[in-house]
Design a protein around this ligand. Structure first.
Ligand SMILES: *Cc1c(COP(=O)(O)O)cnc(C)c1O
Length: 338
């Protein structure tokens, strides 16, 4: 039986073209700064976003955690949405890696506003941790792949600048947002001190994320990466996949979004589904009634469909490079009978 694995967009396998690019990559020792392919990837993506420098890392957790380490520390505080990946899904790293405190905000579709941030900056008071960082997520995973607009971010950036706070973007799926909005990457690069981008999600690489920032920040980040155990040697194999993805697998993200919208339409009509969150990109979140997510997902497995539980009555499906139109049609057939 065909298995439609929609648990995540991390499940893709490198395409033939990507494998060929990996095989052919010139290599060196990246801890010595001598891997030409890693250097080329870092330069390429930094330039694209109008940032001075970039750092290739094994995971998006590492790039986020390095940024948090750069911008916080003991007795400092980061402001973010309560459903942020940096808080929920990075193993308590804000505390474990940076010994920092976190202030969690609420907001529709996983997004926060400048006025909420303004109210959440701690006073200069002996009792309070010092607020030093605001972190946003775009697209917002828990918000159903929701998108921040530049107009929503600009006032947050202006506030951070005024108050001397750093601004970080968890842009694990930033390219998904960019292909939808048509925003120039540099417009985003311009607003943030640091940006983390995953190559291993919709872009279809086997491994890798990049952290973008100023020369000074990325030099410091390189040291933090080393102490986190993320200094890799002939990593050009992996960086070559990233370069290939940037050249060949960005525009096609639009197809994932189109399929996600259709998938959402199938789900709305399916038994047990009472609501589908607005589908902005490649993430589809459905609310169930009369059945637990566990039981629902178990029943789907026998129909060849895999998703994940995403809350007490929620399930999530993510479209990706290896989910094509035939699969979508099959999903529609199977889900209507669930
Ligand atoms: C996947 C993801 C990350 C990083 O995850 P890794 O698995 O460590 O690469 C960070 N933020 C968001 C929103 C993500 O979806």
């Amino acid at each position: 039986m065909l298995t439609l694995d929609l648990r995540s967009d991390t499940l893709t396998k490198p395409s033939t073209g990507m494998r060929e690019a990996m095989y052919a990559a010139p290599l060196g020792d990246d801890v010595f700064g001598e891997d030409p392919t890693v250097n080329a990837l870092e330069l390429k993506i930094a330039t694209l976003f109008g940032k001075e420098a970039a750092l290739f890392c094994p995971s998006g957790t590492m790039t986020n955690q390095i940024a948090i380490r750069l911008h916080t520390g003991p007795q400092k505080e980061v402001i973010c949405h309560q459903h942020s990946h940096i808080y929920l899904y990075e193993g308590g790293g804000i505390m474990a890696n940076s010994m920092a405190s976190v202030k969690l905000l609420t907001g529709d579709l996983g997004k926060i506003t400048a006025s909420q941030v303004a109210e959440s900056i701690n006073p200069d008071d002996v009792h309070a941790p010092e607020t030093t960082l605001v972190s946003l997520e775009n697209t917002m995973n828990k918000g159903g792949g929701s998108i921040y607009t530049l107009d929503e971010v600009r006032p947050i950036q202006a506030l951070c600048q005024e108050k001397g706070l750093k601004l970080h973007l968890d842009g694990a799926r930033l390219f998904n947002a960019l292909v939808e909005t048509g925003d120039a990457p540099a417009a985003w690069g311009n607003l943030f001190d640091t940006i983390s981008i995953c190559l291993s999600k919709g872009l279809g690489c086997p491994i890798g994320s990049v952290l973008l920032g100023s020369k000074v920040d990325i030099k410091r980040a390189r040291k933090v990466r080393k102490v986190f155990g993320g200094g890799m040697r002939q990593a050009g194999f992996l960086a070559a996949a990233g370069i290939y993805a940037l050249d060949h697998q960005v525009a096609r993200l639009k197809e994932d979004h189109q399929r996600a919208r259709t998938l959402g339409e199938f789900l709305v009509k399916a038994p047990h589904v009472v609501e589908v969150l607005p589908v902005a990109t490649n993430i589809v979140i459905a609310r169930l009634e009369g059945i637990s997510p566990e039981a629902y997902l178990q029943a789907l497995i026998s129909k060849g469909i895999k998703g994940v539980k995403f809350g007490k009555d929620l399930v999530r499906f993510v479209t990706h490079l290896d989910f094509v139109d035939d699969h979508l049609e099959e999903f529609g057939k199977q889900i209507s009978r669930s």
